[in-house]
Design a protein around this ligand. Structure first.
Ligand code: AMP
Ligand code: GLY
Length: 424
């Protein structure tokens, strides 16, 4: 199969590896990164230009286009590729609104009877501050736009909550959502769908805060692990039945079927499973820990979703091993990361048993040496017999890699054995 993959992050490196490993697929990646370059060919093509992507894929007889990040989805790249008659993994622009607008996601959930936090969408400062008056701390204040996971403030400080609400609504076209706080641990569940059938992958947990013990600012994600030993039996089936399937059915009923990856961001609360957010794409960094556990060839699964044949797809096969991923970030991430520093030790890290490095904010400089080019530089993933072994291996890998003032959390998956679901 000839596959065009759009994107350049750690997620795309993991998608690329899971799609081509052990196959003879031809992979093209636009724009790709040093990791995807080793697995296929990086091409110069603007991933956010619908007409350019459709033209490139048509001219080269591409069998499938896989869209990694949200920006091309929101720009309508999937629509253009579908219109050109090429199978595409990723929802159309109107369906990607499930991620693009939190207010729209809430509307769909209400229509589909899906549990989520009570919320107040606000368009003015006055409205937002009035809504906050009615809430109890902790306050949850969300920018209602494409914020790449960084537009949310959760705080017990009313002044901080008010200030964030003001920042959101005073931006051009700004809007904000104030919502109830969901107690309980978070889970990311990826659901592959062709718009009708839903196939869940294995659940993972992401670490959103920059520093150990969930302190510091929110980030795109500092690490992840899978499986989650603390989840109740039947959790995945319950999410498919009560969350993913009703949402997919509602989207189809509205004439805007969602085909691609429905990322369910969930809280396991004292009152049951509740949706924090949906994304219309694979999550980063969860993808880098979930896909190494998948035995089923990923390209076949995505192709079945892209061609509407998921109902006939054989049950997924998983490895028994546990998986842990630790993000190494550039100095000053998530504020203004310092870039352009030489990265050393990748080969040594990958020499550790079952360790793989996934590149994100890394590029080759003119001398062919790796240097930092983004806030989250890379992720070190390891598989192990259990989470403890995977974690040990991942941190051994991390210890081999160096770039100036790089930082990472030391507690990824450390407390997986102690997580408790709150009781009412
Ligand atoms: P979001 O962009 O909606 O995923 O929010 C980013 C992060 O903020 C989530 O992963 C949670 O850690 C936190 N968060 C969002 N909404 C809530 C909520 N209603 N209650 C508690 N935490 C939340
Ligand atoms: N890991 C969070 C996200 O991809 O949005």
């Amino acid at each position: 199969m000839k596959i065009l993959l759009l994107g350049s992050g750690g997620r795309e490196h993991a998608l690329a590896r899971a799609m081509v490993a052990g196959t003879d697929h031809d992979l093209y990646c636009a724009p790709g990164n040093p990791g995807t370059m080793a697995l296929g060919k990086n091409v110069e093509l603007n991933p956010n230009d619908p007409a350019a992507v459709a033209k490139w894929a048509s001219e080269r007889d591409v069998d499938m286009v896989v869209i990694g990040p949200e920006a091309p989805l929101v720009a309508g790249v999937a629509d253009a590729v579908r219109d050109a008659g090429i199978p595409v993994f990723g929802p159309n622009q109107d369906a990607a609104m499930l991620e693009g607008s939190k207010a729209f996601a809430k509307e769909i959930m209400a229509a589909a009877g899906v549990e989520t936090a009570r919320c107040f969408p606000c368009r003015s400062e006055q409205e937002a501050h009035a809504a906050l008056e009615q809430m109890k701390p902790p306050y949850v204040v969300k920018n209602d736009g494409l914020a790449a996971g960084k537009g949310v403030v959760v705080t017990t400080d009313l002044e901080v909550a008010r200030a964030h609400a003001t920042t959101c609504v005073t931006a051009p076209g700004g809007a904000v959502v104030i919502e109830d706080y969901l107690d309980g641990p978070e889970v990311s569940l990826f659901c592959v769908t062709d718009g009708e059938t839903v196939v869940p992958l294995a659940p993972a947990q992401d670490f959103k805060r920059a520093l150990d013990n969930d302190e510091g600012p929110n980030t795109g994600g500092m690490g992840a692990y899978s499986p989650l030993p603390w989840l109740p039996e039947g959790f995945v089936e319950e999410v498919v039945q009560n969350v993913a399937q009703p949402v997919i059915d509602e989207m189809r009923r509205r004439g805007t079927p969602f085909a691609g990856l429905l990322y369910c961001g969930l809280a396991v609360t004292s009152r049951g499973i509740s949706v924090i957010e949906f994304n219309a794409r694979f999550g980063d960094p969860e993808t880098q820990v979930v896909l190494p556990r998948l035995k089923t060839p990923l390209a076949d699964l995505l192709y079945a979703a892209a061609t509407g044949t998921l109902a006939d797809f054989e049950p997924l096969q998983w490895r028994d091993e546990a998986s842990v991923g630790v993000v190494m970030a550039a100095e000053n991430y998530p504020a203004t990361p310092v870039l352009g520093d030489r990265i050393d030790g990748i080969t040594d890290a990958e020499a550790v048993e079952d360790v793989h490095v996934y590149f994100a904010g890394a590029k080759e400089n003119a001398d062919g040496k790796l240097e930092t080019s983004g806030g989250r530089v890379l992720l070190v993933n390891a598989l192990g017999a259990d989470l403890d072994q995977a974690r040990e291996r991942a941190y051994e890998g991390v210890s081999k890699i160096a770039f100036r003032n790089g930082h990472y959390r030391t507690d990824i998956a450390a407390k997986a054995g102690q997580i408790q679901i709150p009781t009412a």
